[in-house]
Ligand binder design. Structure first.
Ligand code: NAD
Ligand code: IPM
Ligand code: MN
Length: 351
């Protein structure tokens, strides 16, 4: 029988709350599909660091790498928690995994399901996917500070863009576009200011486009992209962009399609040399943590992306359909449901 060997990293804040529901859905779907689910949980994040002084040691990283695939919740300390240095867990756990496991495609689909209220007056038919580069850009940690604390302080974060890194993610975007109905790639960058990286991205898009004659492409500066994402988001099909622009655009994409509680993502190693990792786009949401207020849908839709990745497309569709059905019924719900109630509802809808 088919099996899935899954590592689960629930993390901090609402991470464990939404992951509990996502795992519930995954168990139900696996059961229905006759898939043997082997699950190993890793207790990592802010609390683990407070207790042990370690974020992610080499042995744990080696153990995580042995699994087929990873489900991640969210990490990040509460803003007032001064015991934990800002960005420590984000960099040393989440980004460490994305970089070490070479998750070069950070896939973030955005779809406005029917019945979901958008904050936009005329949202139109929103159905696009952001292919965010996941291993380079300003995220590499290549920077530093001089004369810290003086009036002459200089702080730098250097954005690293390699021909290899840009090409593989651009090729992935074109390949995805060629399998979609509208077959269109939009490169989002800022080559009017970031000329060196911008030109590498543009040249790469032109070169790769030649291999995909059925896919059209255009270009948009990132600032203008925020305009069109709010005035005419239906124009987008596949957006390819760098790590930081992609981070910012996908929170906006979540907001226009019913909220960040619905936005799913995959950190994918397309070469399949290391396990890929699936997670909601949102963070640990300290403002609502521990209150059963978090929407687990983003984590559950991330399970659908996971199932697709491990070669179980029917199971993925089953999760999507259950979510879609639940979402459609939300318009009629007057009471606000708890995290567990939403999870239970979706579990009961999985065919
Ligand atoms: P956030 O995504 O955690 O929260 C932003 C807002 O969205 C908050 O008001 C929150 O309550 C709301 N929200 C988020 N997820 C929700 C859900 N499932 N249902 C309902 N509402 C939801 O972003 P932030 O406040 O900027 O960051 C909080 C912490 O999380 C920071 O430490 C940050 O570094 C970290 N973070 C981690 C990840 C990750 O682990 N992938 C992603 C983003 C932020
Ligand atoms: C995300 C998050 C992360 C990112 C942070 C927590 C490092 O915002 O997954 O979108 O910037 O990629
Ligand atoms: Mn983000």
């Amino acid at each position: 029988t088919r099996s899935i060997d899954l590592a689960v990293i629930p993390g901090d804040g609402i991470g464990p709350e939404v992951v509990t529901e996502a795992v519930k859905v995954l168990r139900r779907v696996a059961e229905g599909a006759g898939v043997d689910l082997q699950l190993t949980e890793y207790d990592l994040g802010a609390n683990h660091w407070l207790e042990t002084g370690e974020v992610l040691n080499e042995d744990t990283l080696a153990a995580i790498r042995q699994h087929e695939v990873i489900l991640f919740g969210a990490v990040g300390a509460a803003p007032g928690d001064t015991r934990i240095p800002s960005g420590l867990i984000e960099r040393e756990l989440l980004l460490k995994l994305r970089f070490t496991l070479d998750h070069f495609v950070n896939l973030r689909p955005s779809k406005l399901y029917s019945g979901v209220p958008s904050p936009l007056a005329n949202p139109g038919d929103i159905d696009f996917v952001v292919v965010r580069e996941g291993t380079e850009g300003p995220y590499v940690g290549n920077g530093g500070a001089l004369r810290v604390g003086t009036p002459h302080e200089i702080a730098t974060e250097v954005s690293v863009n390699t021909a290899h890194g840009v090409e593989r993610v651009v090729r992935d975007a074109f390949s995805r576009a060629s399998r979609r109905e509208r077959k269109k790639v939009t490169l989002v960058h800022k080559h009017n200011v970031l000329v060196h990286a911008g030109h590498l991205w543009r040249r790469t898009v032109e070169a790769v486009a030649a291999e995909f004659p059925d896919v059209s492409h255009d270009y948009m500066h990132v600032d203008a992209a925020t305009i069109f994402m709010t005035t005419d988001p239906a124009r987008f099909d596949v957006i390819v962009t760098d790590n930081l622009f992609g981070d910012i655009l996908t929170d906006l994409a979540g907001a226009i399609t019913g909220g960040i509680g619905l936005a799913a993502s995959g950190n994918i190693n397309m070469d399949r040399t290391e396990p890929s990792m699936f997670e909601p786009v949102h963070g640990s949401a300290p403002d609502i943590a521990g209150q059963q207020k978090a929407d687990p849908t983003a984590a559950i839709l991330s399970v659908a992306l996971l199932l697709e990745h491990v070669g179980l497309p029917d199971a993925a569709r089953a999760v999507e359909r259950a979510v879609e059905e639940d979402i459609t019924s939300r318009a009629e719900l007057t009471d606000v449901r708890t995290t567990v109630e939403i999870g239970d509802a979706i579990v009961s809808l999985v065919a």
